[in-house]
Design a protein around this ligand. Structure first.
Ligand code: PGA
Length: 274
């Protein structure tokens, strides 16, 4: 099976709680230079996303390289209200933010983010024109007990169950499969393990929406992706990108991962999609 040309490959930087504004600006300017020098395929078949912390979002929107998108790392589901410390989808749109990462395992683990609230967040993001990137993934215990597939199917079903079928693609929804045991640990899922779970995710998306929509949704892999392993992961038929933490803090390594995606699309003739 060859790679789909219907879905773009998405390479996303998740900065987590890193970078002051000056560092963010430096990164984005350097990334813009890299992207300028490698225009072939960027913005059409390979999309670049950067998710800075809230404090750098406005600056990131201003310094966003052409053909890249700025995502926030979280948001509240309501457009306004008495929720001290929270940021609403309306506020993000007001800044010019393009999308939002939802349900990252660190939010689930440390901040009690649960699937019920995520279902509301996914719908709210789509309503406000923010592209949702929903993260799913099993813990080490869940994998060892053989529950990985069930856990991921349940996370998808609960978080996406309320999303209108039409919005599933028009919103720019993407999924990030991030096995918790591979995040920040240096331990990457083998391409076989990742491809298997990505196929399970696509199957679940087909049952929640339909086969045609499932074929159009990019499913990213996350968990210790680096320039050295990106190519072999992205080469798999259902792995449509990478959500990158540690290796996305420097342009040198992040652009190495973008480069792996560009090499791959250069080797795969376009069917003229998108
Ligand atoms: P990592 O983080 O690349 O440092 O493993 C990935 C993520 O948490 O999104």
């Amino acid at each position: 099976m060859t790679k789909s040309t219907v879905r773009p490959i998405v390479i996303a930087a998740n900065w987590k709680m890193h970078k002051l504004r000056g560092e963010a600006m430096e990164f984005l300017d350097e990334l813009a230079t890299y992207m300028d020098e490698h225009p072939q395929g960027l913005g059409s078949r390979v999309e670049v996303v950067v998710a800075p912390p809230f404090t750098s979002l406005e600056l990131a929107v201003e310094h966003c390289p052409p053909h890249a998108r700025i995502y926030s790392q979280n948001m509240h589901q309501d457009d306004h209200g008495a929720f001290t410390g929270e940021v609403s989808p309306a506020m993000l749109r007001d800044l010019g933010v393009d999308g939002v990462v939802l349900g990252h395992s660190e939010r689930r683990q440390y901040f009690n983010e649960h699937d019920g609230a995520l279902a509301e967040k996914v719908v709210a993001a789509a309503e406000f024109g923010l592209r949702p990137m929903l993260c799913v993934g099993e813990t080490l215990e869940e994998r060892q007990s053989g529950a990985a597939e069930d856990v991921v199917r349940r996370q998808l079903e609960t978080a996406l169950g309320d999303l209108d079928v039409i919005k599933a693609t028009s919103s720019g929804l993407s999924i990030a499969y991030e096995p918790v045991w591979a995040i920040g640990t240096g331990e990457t899922a083998t391409p076989e393990i990742a491809q298997h779970l990505h196929a399970v995710i696509r199957d679940e998306l087909a049952s929640i929406f339909n086969v045609e929509i499932a074929e159009r949704i990019s499913v990213l892999y996350g968990g210790s992706v680096k320039p050295g392993n990106a190519g072999e992961l992205l080469a798999n038929v259902d792995i449509d990108g990478a959500l990158v933490g540690g290796a996305a803090l420097e342009v040198a390594s992040f652009s190495g991962i973008i480069g792996a995606a560009l090499d791959l699309v250069a080797a795969t003739p376009s069917a003229g999609a998108r």
